[in-house]
Design a protein around this ligand. Structure first.
Ligand SMILES: Cc1cc2nc3c(=O)[nH]c(=O)nc-3n(C[C@H](O)[C@H](O)[C@H](O)COP(=O)(O)OP(=O)(O)OC[C@H]3O[C@@H](n4cnc5c(N)ncnc54)[C@H](O)[C@@H]3O)c2cc1C
Length: 470
């Protein structure tokens, strides 16, 4: 991989390359002005989604002769695997794992660290209703939990060692973006221009915006967004426990927001506790011992129990037990937390942003640049990896048909396919977040019956699992 860190290509080297590969040279670089370079695809933003995009395109044999540049504003991270765990994790769905397997990233993750999830239990503090998920064969996993740092490191290793035709420019920010015809929506032959903080201008047929929730690419493309804050914060931490069979993901809905524990190893757990900003501040200020007590209390207390909803829910549960064989689940108790990894606590504000369009002529948005929402279903980055899978398929087809990689004809297919998938997930997650944010008796009663019925109807549960796994 050529790492170009805040520097221009030396002209002498460029001339040398041009003697060796004259056709490639003329396609890639402008001889007239070394400050202007050409690329077939520029990906702006090298977080998990942008880096995966570069890796997926780099893997396609039909794109081997294309110039692909990945820009990342932050310097290259030095990663060392230690016994300390990162406090940001992802629940990787089978769809994301399939993408990683295809690009050779999955074996890198497995060689470092990840944990299988065999069962999920979701319940609430206001009633006794619960829902559980597991595969038919209890030894098959539902998903994997991996640290964000490990996912990014695995993709970076792959880009470094195998895909040396992808240019990754660390410490390089896209500062000014000019998109021809963005206001007229006319397809233009002119290329997109990206001015970098090192003075270079990149001209490209296709600019992919993977630059996160405040995407500069999205703004330059004049894409409208629906956006709001949840007035909630997610407190994250790495928790310790004494158990060894740690392969269940736990989520309990409290009126203040959901609290989730995800297995990271036999004795480590990733905590994501959504709560009010004031409560989050208090939790972050507690001593380690008091914090552990607060987490155990949040999973075990019965202060929120609603007697009326509880009685109705118990009657319904008895009916289900008789009418639908196997329609009720055994409640498992979550593990008792014994410690917290020092310095692992952190807080993140939560919000929803959805781009009304994911594409313009010569522009595509992926990951949080296109959609960002509540982490309660652990779907955010999985949808981003789904964007990567679909967009690389569409770009590869454009290349195989000898077409313009930035043509709306192809990009629109990406947008339609992804919005069909993303919008229902976002709406469901947002609806669940609102449904569980109240302790009003009629609402508690209705949601408790709904949850039990969903748990009892196997085809419905299978459908939820299928939807979550793509
Ligand atoms: C507490 C919490 C828990 C979560 N848990 C889960 C989970 O379990 N499962 C899940 O699927 N999702 C989860 N998510 C969501 C997930 O973390 C995000 O969806 C994901 O990180 C988005 O990745 P991204 O690459 O799109 O954006 P980012 O991670 O925001 O990456 C954007 C990158 O672009 C770079 N950049 C920005 N501007 C420029 C520029 N002008 N030029 C060059 N580079 C630029 C930035 O430096 C950054 O590296 C969670 C989110 C939160 C807050």
């Amino acid at each position: 991989m050529k790492i170009m860190q805040n520097c221009h290509l030396c002209l002498a080297t460029v001339r040398q390359i041009s003697r060796l590969q004259p056709t490639i040279f003329t396609r890639y670089l402008s001889t007239a002005n070394p400050d202007i370079q050409h690329a077939d695809v520029v990906i702006s933003g090298g977080g998990m989604v942008g880096a995966a995009m570069a890796c997926a395109l780099g893997h396609e044999s039909l794109l081997q002769n294309k110039k692909i540049v990945l820009l990342e504003a932050a310097p290259k991270k030095k990663f060392t695997l230690t016994e300390n765990y990162g406090n940001r994790t992802c629940t990787l769905s089978p769809g994301s794992i399939a993408l990683f397997e295809k690009c050779g990233v999955w074996s890198e993750i497995e060689n470092m660290r990840c944990q299988r999830v065999l069962r999920m239990q979701v319940w609430e503090s206001c009633s006794n209703s619960l829902i559980t998920f597991n595969q038919e064969d209890m030894s098959d996993e539902l998903a994997y939990i991996a640290e964000n740092d490990i996912i990014l490191e695995a993709i970076t290793r792959r880009l470094d060692t195998v895909q040396d035709h992808i240019d990754v420019m660390y410490g390089t920010r896209a500062e000014e973006i000019s998109i021809p015809g963005v206001d007229t929506e006319l397809e233009s032959n002119a290329w997109v221009e990206v001015k970098l903080n090192n003075g270079t201008t990149l001209k490209t047929k296709l600019l992919i915006g993977s630059d996160g929730m405040n995407s500069a690419v999205r703004k330059a493309a004049n894409v409208h967004t629906v956006s709001f804050n949840y007035d909630q914060k997610a407190v994250v931490a790495v928790l310790k426990l004494d158990e060894t069979d740690n392969n269940v993901a736990w989520q309990r809905f409290l009126p203040t927001g959901p609290i989730a524990m995800l297995p990271m190893s036999d004795t480590a757990i990733s905590l994501i506790w959504t709560t009010s900003p004031e409560h989050a501040k208090e939790l972050l200020a507690l001593s380690d011992e008091s914090f552990v007590d607060a987490v155990n209390d949040a999973f075990f207390h019965d202060r929120d129990q609603n007697d009326t909803a509880g009685r109705v829910s118990d009657v319904f549960q008895n009916i289900l037990r008789n009418v639908v064989p196997g329609g009720t689940s055994v409640r498992q108790l979550p593990p008792v937390i014994t410690g917290v990894q020092p310095g692992s606590r952190g807080g993140f504000p939560l919000g929803l942003t959805h781009a009304s369009n994911y594409v313009r002529h010569r522009v595509a948005l992926i990951g949080d640049a296109a959609h960002r929402f509540h982490p309660l279903a652990g779907q955010g980055v999985n949808l981003g990896f789904g964007d990567v899978t679909k967009l690389s398929e569409v770009i590869t087809r454009a290349a195989s048909e000898g077409s313009d990689l930035g043509s709306l004809t192809y990009l629109k297919e990406y947008e339609t396919s992804r919005q069909r998938k993303v919008i229902p997930v976002m709406a469901t997650v947002d609806g669940l977040q609102r449904l569980y944010s109240t302790d009003m008796t009629p609402v508690v009663m209705l949601r408790s019956l709904g949850l039990q019925a969903t748990n009892a109807i196997k085809p419905l549960k299978d459908l939820i699992m299928k939807r979550a796994s793509t």
